[in-house]
Ligand binder design. Structure first.
Ligand code: PMT
Length: 405
């Protein structure tokens, strides 16, 4: 979403200004074009050289300090920006914007900008709780300015409370949302499953698989960016869901089934990326199973519920998308699941292929549709695979809605 976009990063005079360096670096990694505008106070905390080096663009520090630039910059930057971010945003900049004061380059750029403006406040907790600041933020929100709330915690000034700059990943997620122009899934509920399940054997051991959740979390993130109301049912995973995604954490296949069924009724699109364990130990020992002196241990397994099959039996007009993790006969095995589980399409991945399947940031999949059509995708980032899946699901949903209306 950031690639090729013009992002103006305003930096103001808070101790959190040092974090703007990392933010610029992260934006560059996402192939954005970054133009930094610093207030005079910001230069007390971080140098223009740092930001110029990281952004690989001139850093603008004052309306009047470089005549050859000033007459066009504030308009040029404002006109070319796809997004204006103020990270960190002090009480001062918030107050100036709220009262229409444009006495330096940053406030002037923001006033002239047509692009969305996202502010990430950072200040002492007592300032942030000051009724004037609260009123100013409220007023700016009414004017359509966007905010990423500060976090609670230990503040640089030694206080405890709400005032610490939000996590940069959270700020970037909000920024990404503001860059999305079209939201075809606005008003739609998307239910995604992700990650492995864990089937306990005893208090120490469990059966699981290699799924990390990356594929499903990417689908949840992209669904959110496309405007959907997303619920993510996740097995154990180290990942953090995209802001605004409703997360339901589960462990066993049975728990995943219960969570999915409870969300299924009012879901429009269901995408089952989770690697659900097909089996569980027939008996779960309450004590740790001791090593046998000889002869090893024989485990008896029983079937877990087939969640996808059950959803298929009462699909209604929902869009139901399954995955198939195969090692041989990928297309044939995947295609068999479509009719058997009443799917609209299935995402088949050969988990033995380099760069595909579990744990990596990429996947190589073939989408197989109920009408037999196949869409073979090249190896790509899981976020891109997620967008492909959601675009197809949206297409089918729109077609179905047209037929029903
Ligand atoms: O999470 P990552 O590390 O990113 O890895 C991604 C992935 C490899 C897990 C993902 O791309 C993938 O292939 N997910 C499906 C894995 C899987 O369980 O495939 P399967 O062929 O065993 O199951 C087929 C479908 O039935 C899946 O949609 C699965 O969610 C569903 N299922 C399976 C078993 C079961 N008891 N209930 C189910 O609903």
């Amino acid at each position: 979403m950031f690639k090729g976009k013009n992002i103006v990063v305003g930096v103001t005079g808070s101790i959190a200004a040092y974090k703007s360096a990392e933010l610029v670096s992260l934006l560059k990694k996402k192939e954005a074009r970054v133009y930094c505008v610093m207030t005079q106070a910001a230069r007390e905390f971080i140098t223009p050289l740092t930001l110029r080096t990281l952004s690989q663009n001139p850093v603008f520090t004052g309306m009047f300090d470089e005549p050859r630039l000033w007459k066009v910059e504030h308009v040029g930057l404002a006109d070319s920006a796809d997004l204006v971010m103020v990270v960190p945003a002090t009480a001062n900049i918030i107050g100036k914007l709220c009262h229409g004061i444009a006495d330096d380059l940053l406030t002037t750029v923001i006033m002239a900008a047509k692009a969305p403006v996202l502010l990430a406040p950072a200040m002492n907790v007592n300032m942030y709780m000051n009724p004037i600041v609260i009123e100013n933020i409220k007023k700016l929100k009414e004017f359509g300015y966007h905010f990423v709330e500060p976090e609670e915690g230990e503040l640089a000034c030694g206080y405890q409370g709400k005032g610490r700059l939000a996590d940069l990943e959270t700020i970037l997620e909000r920024a990404e949302e503001l860059l999305v122009k079209e939201r075809p899934l606005c008003g739609k509920k998307v239910l995604v499953t992700a990650g492995p399940t864990r089937e306990p054997l005893d208090p120490v051991r469990f059966l699981t698989n290699h799924s990390t959740g990356k594929m499903g979390y990417a689908i949840a993130r992209q669904g959110r960016l496309l405007g959907a109301d997303v619920t993510l049912v996740s097995g154990p995973s180290a990942l953090r869901p995209f802001s605004g995604v409703k997360l339901i954490k589960v462990e066993t296949a049975q728990e995943m089934k219960d969570a999915v069924i409870s969300e299924y009724e009012n879901s429009d699109i269901i995408i089952k990326a989770a690697a659900v364990g097909d089996f569980r130990p027939k008996t779960r020992s309450v004590e740790k199973i001791k090593k046998q002196s000889a002869g090893g241990l024989c485990l008896e397994l029983e079937n877990n519920p087939d969640i996808l099959a059950e959803l298929g039996q009462r699909k209604g007009s929902r869009i139901l998308v399954g995955f198939a993790a195969e090692t041989t006969g990928v297309i044939k095995n995947a295609a068999e699941k479509i009719a058997k589980k009443n799917l609209d399409f299935i995402v088949a991945n050969d988990i033995t292929k380099p760069g595909a399947g579990f744990a990596g940031d990429t996947n190589q999949v073939t989408l197989i549709f109920a009408d037999g059509r196949e869409k073979k995708l090249p190896l790509m980032e899981k976020d891109s695979v997620a967008r492909e899946i959601l675009e197809e699901a949206t297409r089918i949903l729109k077609e179905r809605e047209c037929m029903l209306n």
